[in-house]
Design a protein around this ligand. Structure first.
Ligand code: GLN
Length: 306
């Protein structure tokens, strides 16, 4: 398939979305960008088009990396005790679901409450702060040594992060978040401010698609169990309250971020990274999802299709 044609076909979708404005540094990003990087793990072929090498804020796609790192460090059952695997039916930063459902623990690892709780589980090790460990792990699993923290985005997250603070203190008040709240929030804000490209995300997707083994050097980076669990959670909650819609339309485990990034893992086949900053009402890249749908149909990637 010709990726440049696919980008042309999805370009007009950009006008249906808006860049994230609640984080001022993200509001300045040019919405007219669309990029894709495909990594075919069956033959080691890589193809890319459009803004595939532009750096952008990883935002909620970082929740995949931190979840994997927490599973590696603490084990899956310890993580499963902290967060569920259910959809909320509410936006990603809501506090409502915890009050209404009377669940003590966040419903899943990809809403903000769940992600902050997961970040809080990572403790300092060998003199490395939780964020330094996450950064190091991100560079490894994305095969991208150039991932760094964007100070302007981090400061912007700090200034506008009161809803995330509310979620963290709520979890603390309920006795669920037991480590240092300020440090946990700082780790979360920093992980969201890492800068990646479509290529970095395609590499992350390729590790997940390849059962936890890095296709570029055959090193096992995460356990098979961690890869399987995370792909399931991506499929069921990766696109927030629109996850069901896209599970039917696209059928590939995917996680979005409000920076406009998407990471997808088509099991045993492709790692995919997409970037386009204009978002739909749920916070997912509009043109990015249109492009992913096209790619999934053309390459027959829907995991539920016969
Ligand atoms: N930093 C953002 C927030 O916490 C991440 C949200 C997202 O990408 N969906 O609100």
């Amino acid at each position: 398939m010709n990726l440049n044609d696919a980008i042309q076909e999805c370009w007009s979708k950009i006008d249906e979305g808006q860049v994230a404005t609640y984080i001022p540094a993200l509001a300045k990003v040019d919405p007219y960008q669309l990029g894709v990087y495909l990594f075919d793990i069956t033959n080691d072929k890589k193809v890319e088009a459009g803004a595939s090498q532009v750096r952008f804020a990883i935002e909620s796609v970082s929740k995949v990396i931190t979840l994997l790192y927490a599973i590696e460090r603490l084990g899956l059952s310890a993580v499963e005790e902290q967060v569920g695997t259910r959809q909320t039916g509410f936006p990603f930063d809501t506090i409502l679901n915890m009050e209404i459902t009377k669940e003590t623990h966040p419903l899943n690892a990809f809403i903000n409450s769940g992600a902050i709780l997961i970040s809080s589980l990572i403790e300092e090790q060998d003199g490395l702060s939780p964020f330094d460990q996450i950064l190091e792990f991100s560079r490894k699993i994305c095969n991208d040594p150039d991932i760094t923290l964007n100070e302007e985005i981090y400061q912007s997250e700090l200034r506008t992060g009161d809803m995330n603070r509310s979620l963290a203190y709520y979890l603390k008040a309920k006795g669920v978040l037991t480590n240092d709240v300020t440090l946990s929030l700082d780790t979360y804000f920093k992980q969201c401010s890492m800068m990646v490209t479509c290529q970095s995300l395609a590499n992350l997707g390729a590790v997940l698609a390849n059962d936890g083994i890095a296709p570029w050097n055959n090193e096992r980076i995460i356990s098979s169990e961690a890869a399987t669990y995370t792909k399931s959670v991506m499929m069921t909650t990766g696109l927030y309250n629109e996850s069901g819609t896209y599970s039917v339309k696209i059928g590939v485990p995917t996680k979005s971020g409000v920076g406009g990034g998407l990471v997808s893992a088509a099991p045993n086949h492709y790692g995919i990274g997409i970037f386009s900053p204009a978002l739909d009402h749920a916070g997912n890249s509009v043109a990015g999802l249109a492009l992913l749908e096209l790619i999934s149909k053309k390459l027959k990637l829907d995991i539920f299709r016969y």
